[in-house]
Ligand binder design. Sequence first.
Ligand SMILES: NC(=O)c1ccc[n+]([C@@H]2O[C@H](COP(=O)([O-])OP(=O)(O)OC[C@H]3O[C@@H](n4cnc5c(N)ncnc54)[C@H](OP(=O)(O)O)[C@@H]3O)[C@@H](O)[C@H]2O)c1
Length: 327
Amino acid sequence: MFAYSQFLAKLPYPTSDFTGQTVIVTGANTGLGLEAARHFVRLNVAKVIIAVRTASKGEAAVKEIVRTTEADPSRLEVWPLDLSSFDSIKAFAQRAQSLERLDAVVQNAGILTQNWKVEEGMESHITVNVISPILLGLLLLPKLRESGKAYGKVGRLSFVGSDLQYLAKFQEKSADRPLLEALNNKDKTDMGDRYNVSKLLLLYAVRSIARLSPVTPDSPVIINCLTPGACTSDIFRDDTSWSQKIIMGVAMKIVARTTEAGSRTLVHAAGPDVGVGTHGKFLMNCQVYPNGPNVESDEGKALEERFGKELVQKLEEIRPGIYEDMF
Ligand SMILES: NC(=O)c1ccc[n+]([C@@H]2O[C@H](COP(=O)([O-])OP(=O)(O)OC[C@H]3O[C@@H](n4cnc5c(N)ncnc54)[C@H](OP(=O)(O)O)[C@@H]3O)[C@@H](O)[C@H]2O)c1
């Protein structure tokens, strides 16, 4: 499947029309987010919000997109967003309520690192790749619904996962205590598996919120999760040793898609023509793909349910009443 996906699958060049629409892209200063933002501008979006943790990097991205597309710079706005801080996410979501409309959100920002770090009380992959994007997604859902109803367009809330979720060993699943607690045990963590686990948990979470928020006339929002496949980008920047960096660099040169090619999968998932059939689904190569045994096996189903309950509890701690307000 990996070889087919990387070498043979054809990713259609995005052509959907985004005229009049507003799109948020997290982590749009570099890598896949930057290339997706460039596509959105080329596809006539009215406004792209470049959501970044470092304003100067966001401004540089705007310059680069304006240079290559000749777009009016007023169509691009840089907003601060740090997924390592729940306060930053809440402030961002609050600000988004003032948008005239919001049509799509691409939850692209993410990390891959071998270094253990705790952010907002959890290991950083769990915070940045799982809990924070789901928190932000839920807080933006009312605006997406409101715009969908007002403008007669189905909103899109797309999460960038990874096909590495298929490979997650997830040894913490056997712990006889809450998963989020087990995932916080530094001494028992396999950091080589942690990114894969975070993307599996993200898929569990996306499926669970999609179930709670079906696409209806009152909630015209598609929620999906995609993998861009292996792409060249800065994602390995935190790898500890130079030798690891070199090995990964060479391996990626051989198998990886260009960042632009990978970004087409983001634009597809968040596009106005993506189709209700993608709601709650895992997408690869711009198509619905099997979720894999980590989701579909009896054990996977039980884990998804177990994690779903913990997720509700965690999000309620962070923002009391969030589930009642959103669903
Ligand atoms: N590249 C691949 O092969 C591949 C494969 C499958 C999935 N993905 C996924 O694709 C997404 C984009 O990755 P990429 O390859 O484009 O990587 P990248 O070049 O490293 O870009 C990651 C982006 O996320 C931002 N980010 C990281 N931590 C953040 C935080 N705490 N708050 C706000 N923004 C934060 C980064 O901002 P800074 O520049 O400020 O650090 C950067 O803009 C990620 O979710 C990744 O897991 C990538």
